[in-house]
Write a protein that binds this ligand. Structure first.
Ligand code: ADP
Length: 143
């Protein structure tokens, strides 16, 4: 069976993606694995809680469309055969959606970067930490 690698991507953070590219390419090359790129558009309970008229609530469909486009641009930077790149764009809580996708595929490996470079307080971001803690498959953390 084809090995599946799940690569969660925060499309708002391009520096992180640069770091994972070589690791994903190397892992995928081992056995011609499928690479599943996933970006999660967070749900908007915060905006909702402010109530109507307080702010312009971004249109979720428009946000998803933009995220999908960005994900495609990011995936294009990885040197992998096109038929081995699968793009997923979901709406939800990043950590839960990443874990659920890993379970459903099921993924043989998750490759995730540790945290945003500009946030130095944490060695492991909250989404990365939750994935390391709860995933049922190996997780490769890039830092
Ligand atoms: P930080 O809080 O420093 O941003 P995170 O744990 O949120 O740290 O991010 C680490 C990694 O988690 C990201 O590089 C990415 O792989 C994954 N991640 C975070 N947010 C998302 C998201 N919305 N969609 C997909 N993956 C995400």
């Amino acid at each position: 069976m084809t090995r599946k690698i799940l690569v969660p991507i925060d499309v708002s953070e391009t520096e992180l993606t640069q770091k994972v590219i070589t690791w994903v390419e190397a892992q995928a090359r081992i056995d011609d694995a499928e690479v599943h790129f996933l970006t999660v558009v967070p749900v908007l309970p915060y905006y909702m809680s402010l109530g109507q008229g307080m702010v312009d609530i971004p249109d979720i469909h428009e946000l998803k469309e933009r995220a999908e486009k960005k994900l495609a641009e990011i995936a294009a930077q990885f040197s992998l055969p096109d038929d081995r790149k699968i793009l997923h764009c979901a709406e939800g809580t990043p950590r839960d959606t990443i874990l659920e996708t890993a379970r459903l595929l099921p993924a043989d490996l998750v490759i995730i970067s540790s945290h945003r470079p500009d946030i130095t307080t944490y060695l492991l971001g909250s989404n990365a930490a939750a994935v390391v803690r709860h995933a049922e498959c190996p997780v490769l953390v890039i830092r």
